[in-house]
Design a protein around this ligand. Structure first.
Ligand SMILES: Nc1ncnc2c1ncn2[C@@H]1O[C@H](COP(=O)(O)OP(=O)(O)OP(=O)(O)O)[C@@H](O)[C@H]1O
Length: 318
């Protein structure tokens, strides 16, 4: 599903190939936290990454951001292999890290000054005001972080990231510290911006419902060490998203069940063959493929095309 059918999207805008990250353990040995992570993202696509705590989600995201050195493999964005951070990629972390002595306006202007160095002062001011308005902070532009709630601060962080006009947005549990109402509000703020600006986006989340509501595809990571993509799940919901329509969609609970079941399976980590036999008892094709994928985890690389095809089957039921 192309969320923006007006313009042809680059089907391989992001290419992550055989990505590996090893960190030293306390004995100085290199442990491969992430090992053989493969993912291709279409331009404008929103992909959520879910997986158990500590599996390596942030490690993947920070490598894509260019903030964390790659041990092996490659990441290309817009046809260029990355070798560090760049203005084409913006990151929003759980905590927005605003400069406390600067107002909302000044915090956003900080990046805009750098990226639009050749624009006039008036142009830069308009850009900042536009994005503060987009996140619902037009009236709070002169507030300092201490005068703002956590949700407002995160809005500033989002405005700051989007105002840089990145080609890719990387969100690392951006709503993790917010209450559920603010969280829903900000999900819609981001979705509205993404629909307008067509930014390819990777979102890390622990929240299955958030993953389903926000993204076009969900990437499920296996547990670490040696974590990689376990499964990819296509979501059949149209854009712009409508929360009620998503929740009432006939496939919603089936898709949710597929995500929860994957996570539970990772929780228990039953031996792969045994797990496949268990799953084969279910007459649901989706679960059958989950089981087969699980058997491949031990030795063979995941065939992304195969899982994708299965997921398209799920979507075809719409
Ligand atoms: N700089 C580091 N040095 C050594 N080990 C690290 C480092 N950063 C992360 N790790 C380890 O790598 C593993 C993956 O960490 P990461 O933060 O990527 O996981 P995560 O899936 O994002 O976790 P969470 O969902 O809890 O945020 C963890 O075991 C973590 O302890």
């Amino acid at each position: 599903m192309n969320p923006h059918p007006d313009k042809p999207a680059d089907p391989r805008f992001v290419e992550i190939f055989n990505l590996v990250k090893a960190y030293p353990n306390p004995y100085g040995e290199a442990v491969r936290v992430v090992d053989g992570y493969d993912l291709v993202m279409r331009e404008g696509e929103v992909v959520s990454v879910i997986g158990h705590s500590g599996c390596g989600k942030s490690t993947v995201l920070t490598m894509v951001a260019g903030l964390n050195e790659i041990t092996a493999g490659s990441i290309a964005v817009g046809g260029r292999e990355i070798d560090g951070p760049g203005p084409d990629r913006a990151v929003v972390f759980q905590s927005p890290c605003l400069l406390p002595w600067m107002t909302a306006f000044q915090n956003v202007m900080l990046g805009v000054d750098r990226v639009y160095a050749h624009g006039t002062k008036q142009q830069r001011k308009e850009i900042v005001e536009y994005y503060l308005a987009a996140v619902g902070l037009a009236d709070a532009r002169d507030k300092y972080p201490r005068e703002m709630s956590g949700g407002m601060q995160q809005r500033v962080g989002i405005a700051r990231a989007i105002a840089l006009k990145p080609r890719m947005l990387l969100l690392d549990e951006p709503f993790g510290r917010l209450d559920s109402l603010t969280r829903m509000d900000l999900q819609d703020v981001i979705l509205n911006i993404l629909d307008r600006e067509r930014i390819t986006t990777m979102i890390i989340t622990h929240d299955v419902d958030e993953a389903i509501y926000m993204s076009d595809r969900v990437c499920m990571m296996t547990n670490g060490p040696n974590a990689r993509v376990g499964q990819l799940l296509d979501l059949p919901f149209a854009r712009p998203r409508n929360r009620a329509a998503v929740l009432e969609h006939p496939l919603y609970y089936e898709l949710r069940g597929a995500l929860v079941s994957f996570l539970e399976q990772q929780d228990h980590r039953v031996p792969a063959r045994e797990s496949a036999q268990m799953e084969a008892g279910w007459d649901d094709t989706l679960h059958m493929v989950e089981a087969l994928n699980e058997t491949e985890l031990e030795e063979e690389p995941i065939d992304e095309t195969a899982t994708h095809t299965e997921n398209q089957l799920v979507g075809a039921g719409v």
